[in-house]
Design a protein around this ligand. Structure first.
Ligand code: ATP
Ligand code: MG
Length: 143
């Protein structure tokens, strides 16, 4: 048994396209359970801090502009190998390269507006969950 938690974000493009429910459905069908969730309008400072690892990349300012262009849904997912499982269901960063049936293949527009974010390691999952949920809001699934 390796029950993990990971941070998932439904990005502004997918929220605008009214795909919140469809995306959560894919995650739930993959065996992941939502244990914390809320809608947030990120500030520029928050988006810059969240994606600070990419600050030297040419797309950084565009990415920050995109992530603040509308509200996002931030959520904590729990399940067996949740970090890897979520990344599998998301598909590749570039939707043109994502496996058929993945969230990005079906809901993303392009490599930037790619519908979802998911933590990529146990370390980033811990940091990213703390980034949004340090003040609480995660529930234990008692049933
Ligand atoms: P995420 O971190 O959002 O889950 P990822 O881990 O698949 O995505 P990263 O390489 O961490 O991909 O890139 C972070 C985000 O930056 C991407 O999801 C995408 O929105 C944007 N991005 C990545 N590469 C590019 C690019 N070449 N041009 C424009 N935007 C990009
Ligand atoms: Mg990433």
């Amino acid at each position: 048994m390796s029950v993990e938690r990971t941070l998932s974000i439904i990005k502004p493009d997918a929220v605008a396209a009214n795909r919140i429910g469809a995306i959560i459905g894919r995650l739930e069908d993959a065996g992941l359970r939502v244990v914390g969730q809320r809608m947030v309008q990120l500030t520029r400072e928050q988006a810059e801090a969240f994606y600070v690892v990419h600050r030297e990349r040419p797309f950084y300012q565009d990415l920050v502009a995109f992530m603040t262009s509308g509200p996002v849904v931030v959520q904590v997912l729990e399940g067996e190998h949740a970090i890897e499982r979520n990344r599998e269901v998301m598909g590749a960063t570039d939707p043109a390269k994502a496996e058929p049936g993945t969230i990005r293949a079906d809901f993303a527009s392009n490599i930037e507006e790619n519908a979802v974010h998911g933590s990529d390691s146990t370390e980033t999952a811990e940091q990213e969950i703390a980034f949004f949920f340090a003040g609480g809001g995660i529930c234990t699934r008692t049933r």
